[in-house]
Design a protein around this ligand. Structure first.
Ligand code: SF4
Length: 283
């Protein structure tokens, strides 16, 4: 079975199961089928990025997670996959790129993040290696990395050979505010990125797009500040995932931002590579 056909079939199955926390997604950055874990079905996040694709995004607290239900949903999803690929020569590991903590809010703001990570790790360890997805990932805005319990969870992710995708969309404080709607200074964000890199394999993920500002169109992040911030971490981080805006924002700002051309993305990638960064690009 083709990977895309398997994804379509799984998506159809998921829609009949009404899962609350688990969702299959075709991920262009993971380059295939990804199983998402959503710890914020209430669509609450502590940031409010201009390009965010979560409909009805709000600021607000993390909901209480029914971990038993989440475990059942993930087991259901993995068992369905195992059943539907058992007649092929490939394994689940070949078909499923990752299990990714992502969803409709920042996963690490959930007080139950570490508990859910433990539960997922335990569930995967009970399966044969070929019956597990290839990777366990955390896709994060990095805003909670100063907390000891999150650092501890990232050490656990490291022992599971997992990795982190850490959001950095800005080259200065004004862009942190304009793009991510956070007053977190860039220098503090970079300190958290540094902490993250010391705990677990970490890729920086950066959205590149154009936005209107004082009547002008600017492309963010502005490269000098972005590069200056990242250069000291070049040897510590795994690399940079650069991506354009492929789907429309679901926020009020949607009219103020535009996708950039592939040429602009390539020029960012080329400059970063010249400075020794490993870069993957996704349009
Ligand atoms: S951190 Fe993620 S979920 Fe939160 S607003 Fe930004 S893009 Fe949306």
């Amino acid at each position: 079975m083709e990977r895309s056909a398997l994804f379509d079939a799984l998506a159809a199955y998921a829609s009949t199961r009404h899962w609350q926390y688990i969702y299959p997604v075709w991920s262009r950055r993971a380059q295939g089928l990804s199983i998402g874990i959503n710890l914020h079905p209430n669509h609450c996040c502590n940031w409010h990025c201009v390009y965010c694709q979560v409909p009805g995004l709000q600021r607000g607290p993390s909901p209480t997670i029914d971990t038993h239900r989440l475990q059942q949903e993930l087991t259901d999803c993995l068992n369905w996959l195992t059943l539907h690929i058992h007649h092929t020569t490939l394994t689940l590991r070949d078909y499923v790129q990752d299990i990714a903590f992502a969803g409709d809010g920042e996963p690490t703001t959930s007080p139950q993040f570490a508990e859910v990570l433990d539960m997922v790790a335990h569930l995967l360890q009970q399966r044969k290696p070929d019956d597990r997805p290839a990777k366990l990932r955390l896709i994060t805005n990095g805003s909670q990395l100063q907390h000891a319990h999150i650092q501890h969870a990232l050490k656990q992710l490291h022992t599971l050979e997992g990795e982190v995708w850490f959001k950095l969309d800005a080259g200065n404080d004004d862009e942190m505010l304009a793009v991510n709607d956070t007053h977190l200074p860039l220098v503090l964000h970079i300190q958290r990125l540094n902490t993250c890199c010391t705990l677990c394999a970490t890729w920086v993920q950066t959205a590149i797009f154009s936005r209107s500002q004082h009547g002008e169109t600017v492309t963010t992040p502005t490269l000098p500040g972005y590069m200056q911030a990242l250069l000291p971490l070049k040897q510590k981080m795994s690399g940079i995932l650069l991506y354009g805006i492929a789907r429309p924002s679901q926020q009020d700002s949607r009219g103020c931002i535009q996708a950039t051309s592939e040429k602009i993305l390539e020029s960012y990638a080329a400059t970063l590579r010249t400075h020794g960064f490993r870069v993957r690009m996704f349009m």
